[in-house]
Design a protein around this ligand. Structure first.
Ligand code: ACO
Length: 325
């Protein structure tokens, strides 16, 4: 008999400190009106000094385990998607494992920027399908605020910190119907943090601070809209499904205009699209599980419904997960 993976529980966490658009007006030349019209963002949450990605992941993971009715000891795989790990090593997944008091299960990080959670779901799904794991904790967690140039209005207004998690468990019917993962490294320069451990942090060579994110927003925007349109078609075709078979679109929360363009591609009413960007901005790998948990907890998403999760991010990377919740 085939094994599938299904979502047993979801959880999420946003740090307490809030940075509003009005707060940003005092930091860079921008306005609440511009930010809301161009992005849909009203505010974002920012981790306190000393509050790490693992701290946020731990809260989200604990909530997902509670919702799933599972103990940390039952987990036999931990995958954390993050671009902002606590340490160079050990991985944030290992740090999280220690916090949860689990000893011995496989634990590793995935780095696919904003598509990280979708990649992590794709990997965990394959572990479960092959019988290599029966209960997986999949987390997207970020402290993106640490890699932002707070003088660059083109990026600092967009991003925030947060974490989301799901517990996947083995089941005899889906669950996850398919996952689709892609990348094209040719677009490195459009969205990146230039510095790194191996390359170093050379202020002169990079012309801007290599610790911080650099983005050609307009070009990324166009690529994101086109690419997400294609991934929708690919996902439906792979499953022999029609647009109308999708009950909920749970998109990466990068920009309300990108989300609306994908919804149009699906001929989907915005009432069936989970939009949380206004409340927390773009939290990169945390954004899809944050949106998912919000709509599960407020009762919009119900068992048996068909969900399309999708994301696009630095790399470029992009992907989707189609599932029966
Ligand atoms: N406030 C006011 N004006 C601004 C701001 C701001 N915060 N930022 C830029 N502007 C100005 C620009 O300087 C420009 O002015 P000009 O016409 O005088 O030159 C004007 O607004 C228009 O700038 P654009 O960059 O063309 O604005 P656009 O409509 O493209 O919106 C944005 C910018 C919001 C960044 C958009 O391009 C976007 O969302 N891009 C995609 C981001 C994304 O999805 N990233 C992928 C995932 S992220 C990841 O993987 C880490």
């Amino acid at each position: 008999m085939s094994i599938y993976s299904r979502i047993a529980g979801t959880g999420s966490y946003l740090p307490e400190k809030v940075l509003s658009n009005h707060d940003l007006e005092k930091m860079v030349e921008t306005s609440d009106q511009w930010i809301q019209e161009r992005t849909g963002i009203k505010k974002r949450h920012i981790a306190e000094a000393g509050q790490t990605t693992c701290d946020l992941a731990e809260q989200a993971a604990a909530r997902a385990l509670k919702a799933a009715g599972k103990t940390a000891q039952e987990i036999d795989l931990i995958v954390v998607a993050t671009t902002t790990p606590d340490k160079i090593f050990p991985s944030t997944a290992c740090l999280l494992q220690q916090r949860l008091g689990n000893h011995g299960c496989a634990a590793f990080d995935i780095q696919a920027v904003c598509t990280g959670f979708v990649y992590a779901m794709g990997v965990a799904d394959k572990f479960i399908k092959t019988g290599a794991a029966r209960t997986a904790l999949v987390v997207g967690a970020e402290t993106l605020s640490r890699i932002l140039d707070w003088n660059d209005r083109g990026t600092c207004i967009l991003f925030g910190d947060g974490a989301g998690a799901v517990v996947l468990e083995a089941a005899d019917k889906p669950g996850i119907l398919s996952t689709h993962l892609h990348a094209d490294g040719a677009y490195e320069e459009l969205l990146h943090v230039p510095g790194g451990i191996s390359r170093g942090f050379d202020m002169e060579a990079d012309g801007a601070d290599p610790h911080f994110m650099q983005m050609k927003g307009n070009e990324v925007f166009k690529m994101a809209v086109n690419t997400l349109g294609r991934i929708v078609d690919e996902t439906l075709a792979a499953n022999g499904m029609k647009k109308s078979d999708i009950d909920w679109l749970v998109p990466h929360q990068a920009n309300i205009r990108i989300i609306k363009a994908t919804a149009r591609k699906l001929s989907m009413d915005m009432d069936n699209v989970v939009v949380t960007i206004g409340e927390h901005g773009n939290t990169s790998a945390a954004s899809v599980p944050l949106a998912l948990d919000t709509a599960v907890k407020d009762g919009r998403i119900k068992r048996g419904e068909t969900l399309l999760l999708e994301a696009f991010g630095g790399g470029f990377t992009w992907g989707s997960v189609l599932l029966n919740y």
